[in-house]
Design a protein around this ligand. Sequence first.
Ligand SMILES: [Fe+2]
Length: 171
Amino acid sequence: MAYTLEQFSQECHDAYKADQGEKGLEQVRQCLEKALRDEAFVSTHMGPDNTNPRTILYEDPEFGFCIVAHVHTGPKGGHPHDHGPTWAIYGQAEGTTTMTEWKVVKQGSASEPTLVEPEKTYEMTPGTAVAYPPHTVHSPDRKASTKLIRIEGKNLDHVERNPYKAANEAA
Ligand SMILES: [Fe+2]
């Protein structure tokens, strides 16, 4: 039976209401993987007629987290970033994202970006989701078109982000 957006968002809501820490985030991540592995879900929300880089499918009225569909066309390199004070869960629906996580080597200031070094790089393939707690610096990279479903702890249209720069590019 198909996993609907109503079921998916309700399960995320219930899990997050029960625990807004690591445990809740892990449960929400598992719900996202369930959605990504449901062909009907993916084709309903990310079929060929959806070419939008960013579509908010659901915004939680109580907690403000958002389920967002992303259709990315062509290759693109990513820059290290975080999501400010909120978390994000990246889920791969189609294609491959090469994700790098970065560690902070020098805190920035009002005029200088924070310097970071790559810590680990891995491939995200369809059906997998990874949670990034607040202030986790990451950069998604793709060599071809991808489709993603991400859950943002807060609608990132309204979140201020910190500037980051790779330490080896800062000299
Ligand atoms: Fe991100």
